[in-house]
Ligand binder design. Structure first.
Ligand SMILES: Nc1nc2c(ncn2[C@@H]2O[C@H](COP(=O)(O)OP(=O)(O)OP(=O)(O)O)[C@@H](O)[C@H]2O)c(=O)[nH]1
Ligand SMILES: [Zn+2]
Length: 335
């Protein structure tokens, strides 16, 4: 799907005609038929680490990409020095069409969308049952972002050795979101990672969660090589992990899928959400929207869903859940 939005991440590449009539700087332009296909593993201040075949190659955006940016998970076309040798820098000349785009706004008052991850098909929402306390509104907001982007959500509830999961699971039962509950002992003996891994096979799963929920511990258990990988990123940036603002894609052992670790989030801004995409996650309610006014938010007095559900076409609890999720689009203290 092509979109020409105001967001630079969404802009398609439009190479401006060269007014001065200068010759292009290299004779490879403009087609790059010989470009190699790469997968963006991480981004750090304009430097992108790409996986090409089995090499990691550092690259930067070619100027012809304009304002379009590549993010973690993007499939890109890369030219130049692809050896991956130290101090070499290749160029990304094309970002391939995305199958999905997970976005967040840094803050709802800041309408600028940031693409978090491209091409993921699942969003694992990691929440601790205690220490830190679960934040249902943050979970709901992550769910809305997942539904908006067309990703399947997965709830991972950690630290059940500290508190029960019952209350939280009750409020998510109606949504039918798959969940996994883990605890310290199970994490230590490997069972937790094993159960989580069952959901990750052959998928690209982005992990999000508030700082301190145990996301890193879990990702390390899933991807034993991770420590080395983060060590590498730190060596490049010379900075600690917490200052890394990019996500990091890590291959599951055996090539059976990808885990994308993202930096801990405090909030998940939803200024960009389109309610009509969220309702796709509620196929049972979809037909009830036929009588809605144009551009209905499905959370307003004229919404046709109320009467339709009252007529017995769907479970009222589902409509309640949809409304609860849609309501999280409005920012509140603590989001
Ligand atoms: N009791 C208990 N502690 C856990 C569990 N999982 C992780 N922890 C602890 O929780 C703390 C935070 O874990 P991290 O993995 O660093 O959390 P994080 O979500 O990556 O947080 P940031 O690194 O700040 O982004 C660590 O001290 C872990 O040992 C669990 O199941 N039970
Ligand atoms: Zn409606």
């Amino acid at each position: 799907m092509r979109r020409y939005g105001k967001n630079p991440d969404e802009d398609d590449v439009r190479v401006r005609p060269n007014r001065k009539g200068n010759r292009p700087r290299t004779n490879i332009r403009p087609k790059h038929e010989d470009a190699a296909e790469g997968l963006v593993l991480t981004v750090d201040r304009g430097r992108l680490t790409c996986l090409i075949d089995s090499r990691t190659v550092t690259a930067m955006k070619a100027r012809e990409l304009g304002r379009k940016s590549a993010v973690v998970g993007d499939r890109v076309a890369v030219v130049g020095d692809l050896s991956g040798a130290k101090d070499t820098l290749a160029r990304i000349v094309r970002v391939e069409a995305r199958t999905s785009t997970l976005r967040r706004t840094a803050d709802d008052d800041d309408p600028f969308e940031r693409v978090v991850v491209a091409n993921a098909d699942q969003l694992a929402i990691v929440t601790a049952l205690a220490d830190p306390e679960p934040r249902p509104r943050l979970i709901d907001r992550c769910l809305v972002a997942a539904y908006d982007a067309g990703l399947d959500p997965l709830l991972v509830l950690t630290k059940s050795d500290l508190a029960s999961a019952d209350a939280l699971l009750e409020s998510y039962g109606t949504l039918g979101v798959p969940y996994i509950v883990t605890n310290r002992d199970e994490l230590a003996e490997g069972g937790a990672a094993e159960r989580v891994r069952e959901y990750l096979t052959d998928r690209m799963t982005a992990f999000v969660g508030h700082s301190g929920v145990g996301k890193t511990t879990l990702v390390n258990a899933l991807v034993p090589e991770r420590r080395r990988a983060t060590g590498h990123v730190n060596a490049v940036t010379g900075r600690g992990r917490h200052t890394t603002t990019s996500a990091l894609a890590l291959p599951l052992p055996g090539g059976s899928g990808w885990v994308i670790d993202t930096p801990g989030v405090r909030s998940f801004g939803l200024a960009h959400i389109d309610p009509s995409r969220v309702i796709h996650a509620f196929p049972d309610l979809g037909p009830g929207t036929d009588g809605c006014p144009r551009a209905c938010s499905h959370d307003e007095p004229d919404c046709a869903l109320d009467a339709w559900v009252a007529d017995g076409h769907a479970d009222p609890a589902r409509l309640y859940s949809l409304r609860r999720l849609l309501a999280t689009r409005e920012r509140r203290e603590g989001d």
